[in-house]
Design a protein around this ligand. Structure first.
Ligand code: C2E
Ligand code: MG
Ligand code: MG
Ligand code: MG
Length: 283
């Protein structure tokens, strides 16, 4: 049986496998409803230029405000949705919401501001994926250069011809493509020269101990060099301290994202954060 005790605790089931399966089934049923109601919202986390701290864009991160269970984090329901075609509806809903918000920012004239959307494996693998992206862009009348799609290394292995074609069409439309959680997949690097990719996002597990752990610092260094030699921009995720900022600046990392600047925020709070940030930095 689902439990919700206390403010930030999140406990959906006990260790019993049967109740676990039941709880997951219930989540699936609830999620199906949530997609058609207003329980799903996007929060936005700023991505900053390492050199002048200007806000280059925001990553859209899904949040589910469940009427009884409270806020359910994505690491819990995304994997459940991924088990079925439910992820396709959810993924499309997220794309549509993100494009509509990005269009509002386009109308406000925020120059070069990109909205980054996480794409799930199941979503990316469908034949209709490119058409679905077009549909979300057209529905919102969004300039494609304001959209960035985040995929992971795992999604680009396999049927490489089909993957290459998809990425090329998206890139030709003017959409940016980023490899999320870079360095954690088990893929070869060959796809980087074959596929149209614009940005590498170094996984936060390498950034966390970058100031103390020589290996993490070396890997980060190598990813930045690799990215730059291929003409890609490199993002550090999970930046939490000023020391990390300084090290990443020294290493020439292009974009910074993390709690040190801001947590993912609801849209109103995000916009206020940007205003205050720009004022503080004279932008
Ligand atoms: P991700 O795409 O790698 O997103 C980064 C995660 O790191 C986010 O967690 C973000 O809140 C968190 N984060 C950001 N800065 C920091 C920091 O400084 N320190 C720490 N410890 N964490 C930080 P979140 O929002 O819980 O999302 C977790 C994962 O769930 C995402 O990882 C992504 O894989 C997935 N996800 C989230 N939203 C969506 C979505 O709309 N669609 C899909 N397909 N997946 C999503
Ligand atoms: Mg991401
Ligand atoms: Mg990531
Ligand atoms: Mg991830």
């Amino acid at each position: 049986q689902a439990k919700h005790d206390g403010k930030n605790t999140f406990c959906l089931y006990d260790s019993d496998m049967d109740s676990r399966a039941k709880a997951e089934k219930q989540i699936e049923i609830d999620l199906k409803k949530a997609i058609n109601q207003d329980e799903l919202v996007l929060h936005f986390q700023p991505m900053l230029d390492t050199v002048d701290y200007s806000v280059l864009g925001a990553e859209a991160l899904i949040r589910w405000q469940h009427p009884e269970k409270g806020m359910i984090p994505p690491f819990f329901f995304i994997p459940i949705a991924e088990n079925s075609d439910l992820m396709l509806d959810l993924g499309q809903k997220i794309l549509e919401m993100a494009c509509l918000q990005a269009k509002k920012w386009q109308n406000k004239g925020m120059p070069y501001f990109r909205t980054c959307v996480n794409i799930s494996a199941r979503q990316f693998q469908t034949k209709e994926f490119v058409d679905n992206v077009k549909c979300a862009l057209e529905g919102a009348q969004l300039d494609p250069s304001r959209l960035e799609l985040e995929i992971t290394e795992g999604m680009v292995i396999g049927d490489t011809d089909a993957v290459a074609r998809k990425l090329e069409i998206l890139a030709d439309m003017g959409i940016s493509l980023a490899i999320d959680d870079f360095g954690t997949g088990y893929s070869s690097l060959a796809y980087l020269k074959r596929f149209s990719v614009h940005q590498l996002k170094i996984d936060q597990s390498f950034i966390r101990d970058i100031t103390e752990d020589h290996d993490d610092a070396a890997i980060t260094d190598a990813v930045i060099r690799l990215g730059h030699s291929l003409g890609l921009s490199v993002v550090a995720e999970g930046v939490e301290t000023e020391e990390q900022v300084q090290i990443l600046r020294q290493k020439g990392c292009d974009v910074l994202q993390g709690y040190h600047f801001s947590k993912p925020l609801p849209v109103d709070e995000f916009e206020n954060w940007v205003l205050a940030h720009n004022e503080k930095h004279g932008i």
